[in-house]
Design a protein around this ligand. Sequence first.
Ligand code: AMP
Length: 543
Amino acid sequence: MQGLMQNWPLLCHKLLDYAAENHTGREIVSRSVEGPIVRTTYGQMRQRALGVAELLDRDGFGEGQRIATLAWNTGRHLEVWYGAMGIGAIYHTLNPRLFPEQIAWIMNHAEDQALFVDLTFMPIVEKIASSVKSLKKIIVLTDSAHMPETKLANVVAYEDWLAEARGGFIWRNLDENAAAGMCYTSGTTGNPKGVVYSHRSNVLHAMIAAMPNAMGISCRDVVLPVVPMFHANAWGLGQSGPMVGAKLVMPGGKMDGASMYELLDTEKVTFTAAVPTVWLMLLQHLEETGKKLPYLKKVVIGGSACPRAVTKKFEEVYGVEVIHAWGMTEMSPLGSLCTIKPEYLDLKGEELLAVKDKQGFAPFGVEMKVTDDENVERPRDGKTFGRLKVRGPAVARAYYGGAGQDQFDEEGWFDTGDVAHLDQYGYMQITDRAKDVIKSGGEWISTIDLENLAVGHPDVAEAAVIGVHHSRWDERPLLVVVRKPGKEPTKEDLLAFMDGKVAKWWLPDDVAFVDEIPHTATGKIQKITLREQFKDFRFPNDV
Ligand code: AMP
């Protein structure tokens, strides 16, 4: 017997409809690329998104076609997402931090038909547009007054184009399993791989993300997604925000400490999310100016491991709850969040911080297990690590075009490529990327644990650990450090600081001081480049 409930497909535009009808006047505030702060509401955004849908449809774009965006987090970018999804087209976020040739490769692979681009990124488009054969139209996210000179064909100013909408458009009726969005993984090895979200997976992910055990946001929150929309969907906030009717504050292209602080303060932001490097900049700004964070309640930190020093400062100095989170582009992206279960509620001080070093537990909608190389599950003892595998309704089941099939098994598990352990309460802790873990004398050493420890030293600005060849042990850890300005910690200082906090045989065999550590386009330490940089390095104890 079938249930007798309505078939109400989970479609992304329903999120915006809901917000427009139930939270009509709630604001979306953006730091525009042109400069000024601009304000709109969910009611107005729906009208504009319907305009985008109508005009894309008029211009011949439709179901299943890829509509690329090369843009910062702004209200305009968000309404383009909804407009594209509302006709069954697929928004495709491009990461402007990649090399232009990589962007062109990705656009050609996805066969993008139209591109919405911020003024900031016009030089990139000038360089690559002619090599993207599928590209038919370029819409610059500005008005005619700010349009730059360009020799490119089929270019129009967004506001002029949008003004041509006649109104009265209605969203297309779609299958909830239809593709809605697309994002390529950062591709640290080989070519980037395309992840294709569906309407259903996006809506379910928005619910998963908003739940109290996860981000826990409501219509009383003011949400600042600092994490870019081009980095794994701004961690779902462009969908969870409208779903709960939260006020959104979009930071545009400015993510330095002072600009972040200005928005947090003037808009009375209660909830924000970004990678650790952004928060290091904000904390430095706060330290230099003596400012406080009276409105901010929660900060989600993920994308790479959150150093304990950052959690401690937010929680103990500024009274802001830190939620450490883990996820991947392939998971829409949220996989786990470190909110506190009753079992850990009584912990205080360093014991509580040690729990917050973990990436947290899976929300409903994410299944998680840790296995050895033979797919045998490892004990949930908080220390035995292995391959982290996941499945769920917002987890990829394949990559676009069939790349990387070996990461998916016949039972539907996706091998994340991360190495992790789970504890008895289900809290997961990432110990490494499978390709970064150091194999010393047959045993594994977690580079993330060592990095977290090293950045806890007051004179260290940033730290990375890589495995370097050692003739006796195969590989040993090398600690690479950027010192804080004006500080001169020595190798001995750092090793003494770390001594006693990890197993003796985990301690780095040497320390190298550098001016800068290379980062990927999504803000992660670029270990490949670092390993290349130190490929001729020899440990003093390696004779
Ligand atoms: P991306 O698809 O760019 O979001 O990258 C996903 C990868 O980032 C994961 O597979 C992890 O290796 C890493 N990552 C994400 N969040 C964390 C975290 N909180 N701690 C450690 N690594 C993380």
